[in-house]
Design a protein around this ligand. Structure first.
Ligand code: ZN
Length: 406
């Protein structure tokens, strides 16, 4: 069985919402059979590891994933954005989810490992353990002085999405709209630019999934790291606000970045509906397109397990071998499958963590403490659209001409 390393899951959120006395660690380790991921089913499906998201759910009850999933079953939709979350509350939730991951690792007696570099991931997979990497989806728990960033980095944080689909002090997420362009709302704030620079210095992956298009181009102009969308699909095949346009894909390729195929059915289907009866051929179609645009070294998975409705043929993480079979049936060879399932993610993490990590870890935090938010050179301010990861795009003038859909 080919091991699979995955760019996005929400199992920590699912476990936290169960409100169990141990925080959900036993449910994960022994297997609770609910949702999409637990350790026994991960083993069964060859799920070797991935980025595990810390996500602060909307404070108001009823504005949760289930409700959003239901709204996205309609033919067209524009899901109302949840309100911004408050810092103290967001930090409390983040702490709870990070501590849950620590408890899972500690009680697993070696069966689950927290990985801080690519060597850790390889060693973990070789030992048959589940490799977890700490990711934060939406930087709501990060304060303006980056003190929480400092703490989370030391705790193992190696990947960060500036926003989820609601606005925060760093930028604006793209709302869940179908059909829609991703060009909704303004770009990054000064704080957002400072956070990009801090992540570059620390070697933290900056995840572009959920970011609106102007924010995307701000990061593209500013960041020195490869551009990554951990769980996003193809806008040309499904005109969802959350999917990537051809121009965004070109910028990702140019920066030697990566996209992870999202299994969420609303981003796969041409009709944008969130429905379990979505054929695996839709996944193959998006993957073919991503490979055509990004090259076969820059595509992987970003399942969104435990965060979305996935195709019923996969069902849960235990069903991943059926997806691999669908690729084989579509003519994907073993070498390509190994890249898609595992090696491409490790390559991307290596390019980001090892190349870009700063030697002097103190600097980004101290810059934040001085209030140095965006007063610097700001490549993104003037030449942002042209410069992508240090490379010039062929035709920068065309970058902003996406027309909104009627
Ligand atoms: Zn997400």
């Amino acid at each position: 069985m080919i091991p699979i390393f995955d760019g996005h899951n929400d199992v920590l959120l699912r476990l936290m919402l169960k409100s169990e006395s141990d925080g959900g660690a036993a449910s994960f380790l022994n297997g609770d059979g609910a949702g999409h991921i637990d350790l026994p089913r991960a083993r069964e499906g060859g799920f070797a590891g991935g980025l595990f998201a810390v996500f602060v759910p909307p404070a108001k009850r009823g504005a949760n994933h289930d409700k959003i999933d239901k709204l996205m079953q309609a033919a067209t939709y524009d899901v109302p954005l949840p309100a911004q979350s408050e810092l103290t509350q967001a930090q409390a939730v983040a702490l709870q989810m990070v501590s849950l991951l620590f408890r899972i690792v500690r009680r697993s007696e070696g069966a689950v490992r927290l990985c801080r570099d690519v060597g850790d991931i390889r060693a973990s997979v070789d030992a048959g353990a589940l490799a977890t990497v700490l990711h934060i989806e939406g930087a709501e728990p990060i304060d303006r002085d980056f003190r929480m960033l400092e703490v989370l980095y030391e705790a193992g944080l190696r990947s960060l999405g500036l926003v989820w689909s609601r606005p925060n002090i760093f930028g604006h997420g793209v709302p869940f709209r179908f059909p829609s362009t991703p060009d909704i709302g303004p770009g990054l704030t000064d704080e957002g630019r400072a956070l990009v620079r801090a992540c570059n210095e620390l070697g933290i992956v900056i995840d572009l999934s959920h970011l609106n298009e102007k924010g995307f181009w701000d990061v593209a102009g500013l960041s020195t790291a490869p551009l990554v969308a951990t769980h996003s699909n193809v806008h040309a095949l499904s005109e969802h606000s959350r999917n990537l346009t051809d121009k965004q894909l070109a910028a990702i390729r140019e920066s030697d970045g990566m996209a992870g195929l999202n299994f969420a059915t609303c981003f796969l289907r041409a009709d944008g509906r969130m429905r379990a009866d979505t054929p695996l051929s839709d996944m193959v179609r998006h993957t073919d397109y991503l490979i055509e645009r990004l090259g076969e070294d820059r595509v992987g998975f970003g399942s969104d397990f435990d965060g979305a409705v996935v195709p019923e043929e996969i069902g849960t993480v235990a069903g991943l071998p059926r997806l691999v079979e669908a690729y084989r049936a579509a003519g994907y060879g073993e070498a390509l499958l190994k890249k898609l399932c595992f090696e491409n993610w490790l390559g991307l993490l290596e390019r980001t963590w090892n190349v870009h990590a700063s030697k002097g870890v103190g600097s980004p935090f101290e810059a934040a403490a001085r209030g140095d938010h965006g007063g610097g050179v700001g490549i993104g301010d003037s030449a942002g659209a042209e410069l992508v990861g240090g490379h010039l795009l062929d035709d920068p003038a065309t970058l902003h001409d996406e027309k909104p859909l009627a």
